[in-house]
Design a protein around this ligand. Sequence first.
Ligand code: ADP
Ligand code: MG
Length: 339
Amino acid sequence: MTDIIQLLPDHVANQIAAGEVVQRPASLVKELLENAIDAKATSIILIVKDAGKTLVQVTDDGVGMSLTDARLSFERHATSKIKSADDLFNLHTKGFRGEALASIAAIAHVELKTRKEDVEVGTHITIEGSKVMSQEPSVVPKGTTISVKNLFYNIPARRNFLKSNPVEMRHIIDEFHRVALAHPSVSFQMLHNGSDIFNLPSSNLKQRIVNIFGIKTNEKLVPVNEETEILKISGFILKPEYGKKSRGEQFFFVNDRFIKSPYLHHAVASAFEGLIKADVHPGYFLFLEVDPHSIDINIHPTKTEIKFDDEHSIYAMLRATVKHSLGQFNIAPVLDFER
Ligand code: ADP
Ligand code: MG
């Protein structure tokens, strides 16, 4: 009997992993922006061409990488962010899986330029199909620029599956909003095909919301603030009359990470009951802070779902807090819905 099992070569394993991490250009935007945040950037520039199908490039002024780290960063399970399984329950970074750059390098042409503050000359690496094609010294500013070109160049089926530019752009802007809202003190710039899309100076949350969604948003916001032993809730809800039929501005962040949670959405929606029609969705920008030990983020590769130890208490407190904020602002039930 001959044995038939073999370990997959790295580039094949990376390509398979990429299927989970990188669905579309917006996935690149999310992963690269999060890496820039983890690198303690104060200023981030995102450049996109053809809705990310030709180019997604992120430049940050963060800590940069050493020559060796720059090469290692493209290996699978290579991360500077955790060292042991215990660290998984004490996360203070967006990343920890060490998968993004390895995945991206398997399915696109990647170029990295990076320099740490304490050296004069940085490094410039080009990668294709998971292989380092070149590494040369490079005189670059402190920080990192990663350019991802021709996404899915080697997987035609996935490239063909990409949607129209406006649809892919919508996804990119959604990801951009999520990171920019979670980090108002960081300045962000975004360009698409050479035109400015966003130019967000360092600010507080309220200013950031207004800078993204327009000056009129200012008068729609109701502040939310509550703190107990297990949970801190802050941010803003939109006054009920600004709810939307289509899903509008709905953002939950847990420990500064954007998450999707139908369960928490339900808590907020139920606090709005009687104030808006059943088919209208309330808008909110809510930040929950919990002990990192009390959540598990490791349940999905894109990390947009998390598991709370005590989700019932969180639900109850969120609902009560939103109700309280609505009450404080004298927002009484609207009986005449046709107005
Ligand atoms: P993860 O973020 O989960 O650690 P990634 O594949 O996204 O995995 O990145 C691998 C490693 O590369 C990171 O842990 C970090 O050390 C380094 N790195 C990636 N992007 C940057 C950046 N913009 N600035 C500095 N270091 C970076
Ligand atoms: Mg990462």
